[in-house]
Design a protein around this ligand. Structure first.
Ligand SMILES: Nc1nc2c(c(=O)[nH]1)N[C@H]1C(S)=C(S)[C@@H](COP(=O)(O)OP(=O)(O)OC[C@H]3O[C@@H](n4cnc5c(N)ncnc54)[C@H](O)[C@@H]3O)O[C@H]1N2
Ligand code: MOO
Length: 422
């Protein structure tokens, strides 16, 4: 994936059979229609999760803020080193949060983890490495200056650059910002995503089905994925296969959104209206044919200031296309680096026959084969099937030339998890 790529990606011939473009090229082309959201706002640290930093952040204080003990034990002056067998009298006790007293010469102070090192001490010996003998400690191993001390500023120096704009805030960033005492940060406005489904066959939940209709599942899925991605979401409903109606709905959503997503009508059938509707909405764009299975057809473009993504109608295709193209566009809108989906290589528990040519994604679950982890593909080839997708632990990604797949062959496995999306 490549949201922030600045040059076209070279397409390897193997990645692009029959004039299909590679996934990287498709992501680049989709992201090229998006420009970074300029507006930003201040939020409290408590509301910063999932937001994208708008301004750089420098440290305002050193971390740790003072020299402190890394262990429960005894603070002492080791100087050039104290050999095993050295005996020291115990003077005082300093717990975390105590001010403590300066260390008298030739003595050791009881100290607990996180407590400020007393004046005069330059090392801490762990309590496991001393013997207590009548109010004194006897070292049971050599202690050197600096042992078990966290130095002021060893983690963060004052004035050091911490984060650049485009950093997406998660719990780790919140921890560091909180340790700096920062209460509010500047983040970009949330991306606004409008989503609609197209298709005469589709009905909203609660509507009456006929013998030729069924319920729309893509729009609810994509609304959930957009929420998971931290966006503000607008529901554009279900629109009939009428380019004029679709164009009007697109224009309306584009007025309020940074990204408009449709599913259905991305392909070449008589009722595939994405491209025509885009033009009628005074947008511009292009149809992509991607070396991707499922998710070959997609339309990418722009309507006014909104980026447009026309995803294929088959539900698994819509999901895979969203995870690839959607994440590239969202990263570009958010001014973030688009990162690859997290994944790990795992062996297949079974053989899998397929045609070489396209990168293939398939729902899969993790199984324990001979005590090791392996993956099993679910619902073979069903890009319209929802149950295997819902039962899966993630998606396997099979490289274009990997065919057929033998039992034990390694494939990339991308786990589903909370926030799995973009
Ligand atoms: N002659 C060709 N036919 C098709 C091609 C092709 O290259 N040549 N590509 C196939 C592939 S691959 C896919 S994927 C689909 C993509 O088609 P569209 O994006 O035009 O989608 P539709 O035809 O409108 O729908 C496909 C399928 O998905 C169902 N669908 C659509 N929207 C929803 C929804 N919101 N919720 C649930 N299900 C939905 C729809 O009823 C169809 O069954 O085209 C192939 N054909
Ligand atoms: O996108 Mo289609 O088969 O590739 O489902």
């Amino acid at each position: 994936m490549s949201g922030m790529v600045t040059q076209p990606v070279k397409v390897h011939p193997c990645d692009a059979p029959d004039g299909l473009i590679s996934i990287e090229q498709a992501c680049f082309q989709a992201a090229a229609y998006a420009s970074v959201i300029k507006e930003h706002e201040e939020v409290s640290l408590g509301d910063a999760l999932g937001r994208t930093l708008a301004l750089p952040i420098r440290s305002v204080m050193p971390l740790p803020p003072f020299d402190q003990s890394a262990m429960d034990g005894y603070a002492l002056e080791a100087g050039g080193g104290l050999p095993s067998g050295t005996a020291l009298t115990i003077a005082g006790r300093i717990a975390a949060g105590d001010r403590g007293q300066p260390l008298p010469k030739g003595s050791a102070s009881r100290i607990l983890t996180g407590a400020r090192l007393p004046h005069g001490a330059d090392a801490v010996v762990m309590q496991e490495n001393v013997a207590n003998v009548g109010g004194r400690i006897v070292l049971t191993r050599m202690v050197r200056s600096g042992d078990n001390i966290r130095r002021r500023g060893e983690d963060v120096e004052p004035g050091e650059g911490l984060f650049q704009p485009g950093e997406r805030i998660d719990a780790r960033h919140i921890a560091l910002l909180a340790a700096q005492g920062l209460e509010r940060i500047s983040v970009r406005r949330k991306v606004r995503i409008g989503i609609l489904s197209t298709g005469n066959e589709l009905r909203l939940q609660g509507e009456q089905l006929t013998e030729v209709s069924f319920f729309d599942s893509n729009r609810p899925m994509l609304l959930a994925l957009a929420h998971q991605a931290g966006a503000d979401v607008l529901d554009g409903g279900v629109i009939r296969d009428d380019p004029q109606l679709i164009a009007e709905a697109l224009s309306e959503l584009a007025r309020h959104c940074d990204l408009v997503v449709t599913t259905g009508g991305a392909s070449v059938g008589d009722e595939d209206h994405s491209m025509v509707s885009l033009a009628r909405a005074n947008g511009r764009g292009e149809t992509l044919k991607i070396a991707l299975k499922p998710g070959k057809p997609a339309v990418v473009g722009v309507i006014g200031r909104a980026t447009y993504l026309g995803l294929p109608g088959n539900p698994v295709a819509a999901l895979v296309s969203w995870l690839l193209l959607g994440s590239a566009v969202l990263a570009a809108l958010d001014g973030r680096r688009s990162r690859p989906l997290p994944g790990m290589r795992l062996p297949m528990i079974h053989a899998f026959n397929r045609r070489a040519g396209r990168t293939e994604f398939a729902p899969a679950r993790i199984v324990h084969g001979n005590g090791n982890l392996a993956v099993e593909i679910l619902g073979r080839g069903g890009s319209a099937r929802l149950k295997p997708l819902a039962a899966a632990d993630g998606l396997v990604r099979i490289e274009p030339l990997h065919a057929p797949i033998a039992e034990g062959d390694e494939v990339m496995f991308h786990p589903f998890r909370d926030g799995f999306s973009v």
